[in-house]
Ligand binder design. Structure first.
Ligand code: PGA
Length: 250
């Protein structure tokens, strides 16, 4: 049985003070939850404040991006080790907003994945098709390219413990959610694909989150699907009560 994992992707929201307040609110309602992994992913600048606010709770901390190099002349970038030593255990990689606005490719996601694993961070690798791709019937092809690209050259044992997030781009921040059937279908496809890349055993253990307008009202149904092991939550993670509603549905 895979332990559920629900992560809040705060994106570029919440200044330091707001992030601290939200983290404290979340810790109040979810700070003792141990049957689900609950992870907060604030902006880089709030990582340290959030780390302090959730200290002693069961909540985990993650970042929204990182650079693949360990250190050096990369102005504006942040390495896996920096995240780790700031208190992060998780890092979101290849979010569709990074891919579409900041030029991330399967190749850069692959380099980041290798670097995150090497540093000891748990990666959350995001994949997902656009509306146009879904409508033209190439969803599986797109997902396969993204998953194979991200995992290129990654040893099966190294991928053990990693998390994948399926986020249909058309469902992110739009209020549109994939139907439970649509989501389950792609999750099952990803698991089968993973089995062919990293083997049955690791694939069966890999947690696959759904992301895209997940909220308390639709969480239970999505999370009731056999291959949906949690959620990557944007908008609904910015409010402690609604985030808790999703975690409690897990
Ligand atoms: P959303 O975002 O929940 O606001 O749709 C999800 C995500 O982008 O991770």
């Amino acid at each position: 049985m895979r332990k559920r994992i629900v992560a809040g992707n705060w994106k570029m929201n919440m200044n330091n003070k707001e992030a601290q307040a939200l983290a404290k609110d979340v810790a109040k309602v979810l700070g003792n939850v141990t049957d689900v992994d609950v992870v907060l992913c604030p902006t880089f600048t709030s990582i340290s404040a959030v780390a302090d606010s959730i200290e002693g709770s069961s909540l985990g901390l993650g970042a929204q991006n990182m650079h693949w190099e360990e250190k050096g002349a990369y102005t504006g970038e942040i390495s896996a080790n920096m995240l780790l030593t700031a208190g992060c255990r998780f890092v979101i990689l290849g979010h569709s907003e990074r891919r579409s606005y900041f030029g991330e490719t399967d190749e850069t996601v692959n380099r980041k994945l290798k670097s995150a694993i090497k540093a000891g961070l748990t990666p959350i690798v995001c994949v997902g098709e656009t509306q146009e791709e879904r409508e033209s019937g190439v969803t599986e092809k797109i997902i396969e390219t993204q998953v194979r690209g991200a995992l290129e050259g990654v040893a099966s044992a190294d991928f053990d413990g990693a998390v994948v997030a399926y986020e249909p781009v058309w469902a992110i921040g739009t209020g549109l959610t994939a139907s439970t059937e649509q989501a389950q279908e792609v999750h099952a496809f990803i698991r089968k694909l993973l089995a062919s890349i990293v083997g049955e055993e690791v694939a069966a253990k890999t947690r696959i989150q759904y992301g895209g307008s997940m909220k308390p009202a639709n969480a239970a149904e999505l999370l009731g699907q056999p291959d949906i092991d949690g959620g990557l939550i944007g908008g609904a993670a910015l409010d402690a009560e609604s985030f808790a509603g999703i975690v409690n549905a897990s």
